[in-house]
Design a protein around this ligand. Structure first.
Ligand code: DAT
Ligand code: MG
Length: 141
């Protein structure tokens, strides 16, 4: 059965921007066949960061996560294509560096959980929640 066409939110996080990995990250998703429907560089406000990561509020790493994601410019993009949500997560690699396979973005470029280069929505519902934090509908093509 063909994969359904989905949209997902991908971020090149501030560490990825600082390490000049923006082109590398975009390239990997383009090579996998996804289309870019929206793309922007921005510095996230604290309010938007808290909205994005509301599900993690109260966890031990939450304050550090908000601090990090607002620490410098990031690149946000909406990717579209077959199975985009789950397949983009495979391109990214696992959250924990010990689990992120070599060949994935995190597996190749990250060695810690906190600063792990890239974000991708973990479900269609999460994507629908996250995309409007970063993009107006009219920003998307
Ligand atoms: P993912 O980014 O793979 O979806 P997540 O949603 O569970 O992972 O967590 C969001 C981010 O929070 C993650 O990219 C890095 C940070 N994080 C998660 N678990 C952590 C931990 N145990 N210690 C420090 N940072 C953590
Ligand atoms: Mg997540």
């Amino acid at each position: 059965m063909p994969e359904s066409i989905q949209r997902t939110l991908i971020l090149v996080k501030p560490d990825g921007v600082r390490r000049a990995l923006v082109g590398e990250v975009i390239h990997r998703f383009e090579m996998k066949g996804y289309q870019i429907r929206g793309l922007k560089m921005m510095k996230l406000t604290r309010e938007k960061a808290e909205r994005h990561y509301a599900v993690h509020k109260g966890k031990a790493f939450y304050d550090e996560l908000i601090e990090f994601i607002t620490s410098g410019p990031l690149v946000a993009m909406v990717l579209e294509g077959p199975g985009a949500v789950a397949i983009a997560r495979k391109v990214m690699g696992a959250t924990r560096p010990h689990d992120a396979e070599i060949g994935t973005i995190r597996g190749d470029f990250a060695n810690q959980t906190r600063q792990n280069i890239v974000h991708g929505s973990d479900s269609v519902e999460s994507a629908q929640y996250e995309i409007p934090i970063y993009f107006e509908e009219s920003d998307l093509v």
